[in-house]
Design a protein around this ligand. Structure first.
Ligand code: GLA
Length: 398
């Protein structure tokens, strides 16, 4: 554990003891993630390049004997409880009720045949919510690992990601893919995961050690369930259906080549043509990005991030003026390799890949440009890529 992580660990143990009056039986750290290339490709069965970051959810828990799960979310100042077994679909979280994430995980695990125990839980997080950094996947994976530990079963990372995706798709009501959950559990320090979301094969690709990832908060918040996020998978399915009339072999937009799109794009209504152009282009960019990383060419990788942002902005139409200003400002700073917004879009964080030595200049330029336009300084943080979610401590159940 890093010094920062040890401090967080001590903090959550202490808070648990104070609030619950018992010792913890299990403590889990589950990180957020960046996704530097491969935007909106996971549900199109394309390729993605995410990696875990320092900001994380910390979960401390001890089992109960009455099947009750009580969750104290410190950052929200809220406590919520539910009773196991809890098997009905709840789908009431549109608009955002955080307790549906642990409830959804319980639902998906029980559907998969696992018996769960009740838990007293404390959650402490320094991961911004509804900001494109996968706070919901981190909560899901933290609960999943806690239940695995307390109930004596163990899933592999892919199954964990699929339980998280099932929680989102069927329980929470977001038609997302499985990238966030997979990045949360399978990441390794200083590496991005190059994941094929059809075959689920993956490769770890290092970022040069003298690069930093800077995250800047645009201040615009959205929840995937209530934003236009769900429109995008639906549009991609519609575009696939049109193109299948000419390309019967395609299963998703991942299977369409740039040449085929050029030849057949006129069959699509303009909006669907733009969505398809993003997906087809982004598949090519992500694969080129992986090749660039294999050669240690971070400058080429950064240029692809810039093109990726532009395509999201113009073709996928899920950026915002605040994010576009942050991106354009970052691109102009010497030593900045590339920048694109994080996660599902419609607000949240900008992610910037930059030479470590250029970080002060980058932050100064961003503060100045954003301050001039919006009259406020956007919060920013510098992070490294970290290991994925882990059970940090287990003790004998009291
Ligand atoms: C959100 C979703 C992911 C993925 C990204 C966009 O983070 O949860 O499944 O679709 O948006 O790449």
């Amino acid at each position: 554990m890093s010094t920062l992580q040890s401090t967080k660990f001590e903090q959550v143990q202490h808070i648990f003891r104070e609030l619950v009056g018992r010792e913890t039986a299990v403590t889990v750290r589950a990180p957020g993630r960046v996704n530097l290339l491969g935007a909106h490709l996971d549900y199109n069965e394309g390729w993605v390049l995410p990696g875990a970051i320092e900001p994380s959810v910390w979960l401390a828990a001890a089992p109960t004997t009455d099947n009750r799960v009580t969750v104290r979310a410190l950052n929200l100042g809220e406590t919520a409880a539910f009773q196991l077994p809890h098997l009905e679909l709840f789908a009431s979280s549109v608009g955002g009720n955080w307790v549906n994430y642990p409830m959804g995980v319980a639902w998906a695990l029980q559907k998969a045949g696992y018996d769960l125990v009740g838990m007293d839980v404390v959650l402490v997080s320094d991961l911004p919510q509804a900001a494109g950094l996968s706070s919901s996947a981190a909560v899901e994976m933290a609960f999943l690992l806690a239940w695995e530990t307390l109930c004596g079963f163990e899933l592999d990372n892919l199954s964990r990601a699929h339980i998280g995706q099932k929680t989102e798709n069927a329980y929470v009501g977001v038609g997302s893919g499985m990238m966030d959950q997979f990045a949360c559990v399978a990441s390794q320090a200083n590496q991005l995961i190059y994941l094929d979301c059809r075959t689920f094969s993956h490769e770890l690709l290092p970022l040069p050690s003298d690069t930093a990832v800077v995250l800047v908060d645009s201040g615009v918040r959205r929840r995937l369930a209530s934003s236009h996020y769900n429109d995008r998978p639906a549009e991609c399915r519609e575009a696939t259906a049109v193109l299948q009339q000419h390309l019967p072999h395609i299963k998703t937009l991942r299977d369409v080549s740039l040449d085929e799109l050029e030849l057949l794009g006129h069959h699509l209504p303009e909006t669907l043509r733009k969505r398809t152009a993003h997906v087809v282009g982004e598949c090519a960019r992500t694969n080129s990005g992986a090749a660039a990383l294999r050669q240690g060419d971070v400058a080429a990788f950064g240029r692809l991030m810039r093109q990726s942002h532009i395509s999201s902005r113009d073709n996928y139409e899920n950026s915002t003026p605040e994010l576009d200003l942050l991106a354009a400002t970052a691109w102009a700073v010497p030593g900045c390799y590339g920048a694109r917004f994080a996660g599902g879009g419609f607000g949240g964080f900008m992610q910037i890949l930059v030479a470590e030595t250029a970080v002060p200049q980058l932050i100064e330029s961003i503060n100045e440009a954003f301050g001039q336009e919006y009259g406020r300084i956007p919060p920013s943080l510098v992070t490294k890529l970290t290991d994925g979610a882990k059970v940090v401590s287990v003790s004998d159940v009291p």
